[in-house]
Design a protein around this ligand. Structure first.
Ligand code: GDP
Length: 478
């Protein structure tokens, strides 16, 4: 970047007066404290017979461009990244463990399993990455931070229990993120298993098997008896093939933090998923508001690695702090630039905390519509009884004010929970509660994430407030 004449002279090991003279001859009038650009520096350097190695500081916006603008010619297929979701006790953990045990990569057998938050298995010689925090909380927390790491979701539904509230939540989370779903109908070994009923129930949520004219894949399995796992994993590869997942293994390394902690002996350890490029030991990494040089890299079998390519999860050491799950990481050229970026981010974070939110609220909805920031209002509807839920959703979906549609992305009977708030935060939605309230955790999270929760006791009020808000005629709340 630009440099003062004095600093530049020092770098060249020349007298500043001499440099100023040379600049004059080039038609550039400059004093010792004045900054000169890289073009001028290159000219002067060549006068002295020195070749300049110009390192342009990468600013964040430029970095984003670098990331987005991979030349398609450099893209290579990469393994899929899979999340397992579903209702509690339907067998998510059992399935994650079963897959892991039965399909450890051939080269890794004999290693010792490390729980680093993600693992990789090999199926027909092809790797698949699993995030091993089951459930949609982790999934949505990451999405709320702007990280999209999951390529596809396995929805586990127990054949003896059928579709349950968290099954529906999981479906809505996956849909909101545009992530394809493969249904694993689990516990088919049980005498009271009824896989047909599961298929029937799921059609209500748009998951229709091919045999019935839909395009959802259903795989009957027993996670406990390790039955049907090969078929399930082959389906995962099939869906992944359709997605044509790609990355540039030679591009700038970047990815997402899966989890991170402070370890007594090793300091900050972070499991990262590489999403582009190849991360190497020695690389300078910026992750959220932390940075550092990668000192060591370990895979899910406890093996030390020198490098990790696209879709590989690895645990890294060397960051100067503990980043958050969902933070993006990127490799930086030099440590000073990395530190500058982190400092910039930290001060911006502070500023943002002081400023008001950019999330949608009813109070500023009209303004956001006018500014073109919102074209569709996402809402989550919670009510005390299922009948009210349906009545509300029907009325809400009919609202249409000057082309802005209201879209119900999740609905359910019961209190407003943390899961509702995290979905709202990730999807820029507001929450409408009818004869229900948020629980303590949900309230705390809504405050932190600046999610607008509106509570009502009369359906008419819900509709009229939404309409007023969309027309910019909402009475301000005091
Ligand atoms: P999670 O809460 O979804 O992670 O569910 P778990 O994996 O902890 O499983 C809940 C219970 O279901 C455990 O007692 C498992 O042993 C049992 N389970 C999981 N998969 C199967 C299966 O395929 N068949 C049978 N019979 N039991 C299963």
């Amino acid at each position: 970047g630009p440099m003062s004449v004095g600093d530049f002279a020092k770098a060249l090991q020349r007298e500043p007066a001499d440099v100023i003279k040379k600049l004059l001859l080039l038609g550039i009038m400059a004093t010792i404290n004045q900054e000169i650009d890289t073009d001028a520096m290159e000219l002067i350097a060549s006068e002295y017979g020195v070749t300049l190695n110009v390192v342009e500081p990468v600013d964040e916006e430029a970095l984003d461009m670098l990331i987005e603008e991979e030349d398609p010619a450099n893209l290579k297929p990469r393994p899929p990244v899979v999340t397992i979701m579903g209702h509690v006790d339907h067998g998510k953990t059992t399935l994650l463990d079963a897959i892991r045990e039965s399909k450890v990569t051939a080269t890794e057998s004999g290693g010792i399993t490390q729980h680093i938050g993600a693992y990789q298995v090999e199926v027909n010689g092809r790797p698949i990455t699993f995030l091993d925090t089951p459930g949609h909380e982790a999934f949505t927390t990451m999405r709320a931070r702007g990280a999209q790491v999951t390529d596809l979701t396995i929805l586990v539904v127990a054949a003896d229990d059928g579709v349950m509230p968290q099954t529906i939540e999981a479906i809505n989370h996956a849909k909101a993120a545009n992530v394809p779903i493969i249904v694993a109908v689990n516990k088919i070994d049980k005498p009271d298993a009824n896989p047909d009923r599961v298929q029937q129930e799921l059609t209500q949520y748009g998951l229709v098997p091919e045999a019935w004219g839909g395009d959802t894949i259903f795989a009957p399995i027993s996670a406990l008896k390790k039955e049907g796992l090969d078929e399930l994993l082959e389906m995962v590869l099939l869906v992944a093939d359709v997605q044509e997942l790609k990355a540039n293994p030679n591009g700038r390394p970047r990815g997402t933090v899966i989890e991170a902690k402070l370890d007594k002996g090793r300091g900050s350890v972070a499991t990262v998923l590489v999403q582009n490029g190849t991360l190497k030991v020695g690389d300078i990494v910026v992750a959220g508001t932390t940075y550092g040089r990668v000192r060591a890299m370990v895979n899910d079998m406890g093996r030390r690695l020198k490098q990790a390519g696209p879709s590989m999860p690895v645990e890294i050491q060397g960051l100067n702090g503990v980043p958050s799950a969902g933070d993006q990481f990127v490799v930086y050229d030099d440590e000073r630039g990395a530190r500058n970026l982190v400092e910039k981010r930290m001060s911006r974070e502070k500023q943002e905390q002081m400023q008001t939110t950019s999330k949608v609220t009813l109070d500023d909805l009209y303004k956001q519509i006018q500014e073109g920031k919102v074209a569709e209002l996402n809402v989550i509807v919670k009510a005390d009884v299922q009948g009210s839920v349906e009545a509300l959703v029907q009325s809400i979906e009919k609202i249409d004010v000057s082309g802005v549609r209201v879209k119900v992305i999740h609905r359910g009977a019961g209190a407003i929970t943390e899961s509702d708030v995290s979905l709202a935060a990730a999807s820029n939605a507001i929450i409408i509660g009818f004869h229900v309230r948020p629980d303590v955790n949900a309230t705390r999270m809504a405050e932190a994430e600046k999610v607008d929760i509106r509570l009502y006791r009369v359906i008419y009020n819900v509709i009229s407030e939404l309409e007023s808000a969309m027309k910019g005629m909402l009475e301000p709340e005091y």
